[in-house]
Each structure stands twice: as C-alpha cells, then as structure tokens.
Write a protein that binds this ligand. Sequence first.
Ligand code: CUA
Length: 399
Amino acid sequence: MAKVAQPRSQVAVPARDAVALPERAAEHASASNCRASSRRWLPTVGLLAWIAVAAVAGCSTEPAPRDTHNTISDSGDISSFFYELLLWLDVVIGVAVVAVWAWALVRFKRAAGDDTLPVQNHGDAKMEMIWTAIPTVIVIAITVPMLVGVFRLAKRPDQNQQIIEIDVTGKQWWWEFQYKGGSANGLHTANEVHVQANTAVVMNMTSSDVIHAWWVPRLTGKRDATPGRSYPLYFTAREPGIYDGQCAELCGASHALMGTKLFVHPPAKEVEVEYAGKKVTLDSYETWVKGQLAPAAAPTGPELERGAKLFKDKTCPTCHLVKGLEGAESASPSMTTGPNLTHVGSRMTIGANTLPNTPDNVAKWILDPQAIKPGAKMTKIAMSPDEAKAIAAFLTSLK
Ligand code: CUA
C-alpha cells in the first residue's frame, strides 16, 4: 500500500519532546524573568547616560569661536537674556513636573488587594482654573520681555552719535561690505568686516542672488539677506576681538563655505587680542580705515611685477578691482562680480573664511576655485602653477 503524506500539524510529537516541553517552558520562563529584571534597569541606565552626555556636551573652558553665549554686543545681550530666561523657566517647570509626578507615584500607589476606584475629579473647577492660570502666567512672563526686546532690537541708533553704516550684500558664496558715510565712506571690502568697539553700527542686509543670512553668533542673532530688500541690523560691539560667522540660510552648493569674520577694533590705540589660541594685534579702527582707503602699493621686484602683469593678462580685473594698479581699476567698486582685491593681502582668510590667506592657498584657489569651493562662480583660467604662484605672490603682497 502506498504511504499517504500526513499534514505537518498531524505529525506525532516524539515522546522524548513531549516530556521535555513543560520542563523547558519552566527553564525558559526563569531565564526570561532574569532577562526582564536586567532589562528593567535599561531605561534608567539609558536615562542616566543621556543626562551625563547632555550635561557635558556643550562644555568648554572658554567661548567657542561660534558660541552663541558670551555675547559681545548690546543686541547680542538681548538674545542671550531670552536664552537664559527660557532655559531657567524650563528648568523650574521641568523639575516641578517631575517632582509632582514622582510624588504622585508614591502617594497614590495602589495597595495590594485594593480594587476600589480612585476618586474621580473630572470637571473639578478649582483644578481646571489652576492649570489654566499657571501656563497663562508663564506665557505672559515670556511674552512681555520678549516684545520689549524685539522693539529694542529694531530701534535705529540715535543719529547724533557716531555711526558706522555698512551695506552688506550676500552673494553665492561670499559677502560684500560697502561703507557709507563717516571716515570710511566708499570703503569696499569682502568677507571680513571691521567695526569699532563701543560705536553704533548699522548694517543694511541685502542679496544679489538668493537668500543668505549673515550671522556672527557671538555678536548677535541672524539677519536675512534677501534679494530686492534691505533689512537693518543694529548693534554696538563691546569687546575688541575677532569673531567668526557663517551664512545661516541654505543658499546652494557652497553654503557651508560661506563664512565671514567680524573684527572689532579698539577706538584709540592698538590692542592685543587672542584668536584661535594666538595673540593678534588689532590696529585702531581709524588706522585700519586709512590703510584700506589708500590705493594698492605698487609691486616691487621682478616677481611681484610679473604677478601684477599676469593678473592683468589673465583678465582677472574683469571681475576684481585693485585700486591703484593701472589696468585693474575698471571694475566699479559698487559692481564687482568678485571681491575687491585692493588690500586682499591684509585679510586673514580667503574664499569667505575658507582657507588661511597664504601664497600657497591663494595659488591653489586661482588654479582651481571649484576644487576648494564647489560651484564657485570664479572662472577657472588656464595657467601654469608657476604663473598662479606669481599672481598669488602679488596678491598677498597687497596689504
Ligand atoms: Cu549664503 Cu548660505
């Protein structure tokens, strides 16, 4: 007779397994109990680890270059104040909520064998009034000072005092600064902006392409630079120093490489400040202005002369102005496609705070700007590394 296949479920369990099953279930239960009890601690351990990491994550012995705390201007102090206000309010609310919750856990723990329903307080007018009143008070405590702060930030400095006014234009992917009025009238520079300590500054932000946002965290909050519009930013910086900033609005391929630097100069004589662990001497603001308004120094020596000639032969002046260099002055100061290079050698960085300003880096940039800054609008002009080196030597000599 042919053997008929049985469905799987009807296959008899061998006797050995049938006997072993209850024992194994017991073993399994005891093992999983053990695992469950160790797993019960996991959330607590996780929470403690998280608190430990969070507590030290932002730790530093001194202000970080892009620190939003330790602000150095009146306007920054207002935003810092709100940060502190919200932080401490949240700490108080957080601690109070956790304390009440922990107290309720202990106080209202169900006793063994007690199956009675707890007191139901749905519709308790007193409690509802309390939990409506408390958040209302908190919201008022935040809103009132916030409104006062917003109006203070938007108040243009008094015209009767010295004001440094700068038109700021965001471009893919660099910043253009044009000074209006005062001793710096007509001064035109890029990426690194200079102001004077304890002097009111008015910045008029705009953009010539897409939306950017100028942001120096230690100075104050962000300000959008929007095409076709001008948004003002007012501040008075206190402490002479050098502060890093970053474009804070996604603006294309090299958004992350659109940095900026703010130099706060002392009003009178030069001072020594610390930047990136090094001592740097900052001239007085007026000394800096005078230097920048002067035409470029004439190239001295055959190497610099060759660099200046190559700068013109390779058509660099189509986009870049070098005031004082014959044949490189045609680009209008107010309409340059690329940064004004008249005193490019005096800048700390090139490529909008991307690389230190050294002859090697400038040569690399000239040879292949897109390799350093993807999407950079600067044309890659055919030249030998030696020619780029000569141009770089000339440019970095323009202090
Ligand atoms: Cu400009 Cu982001």
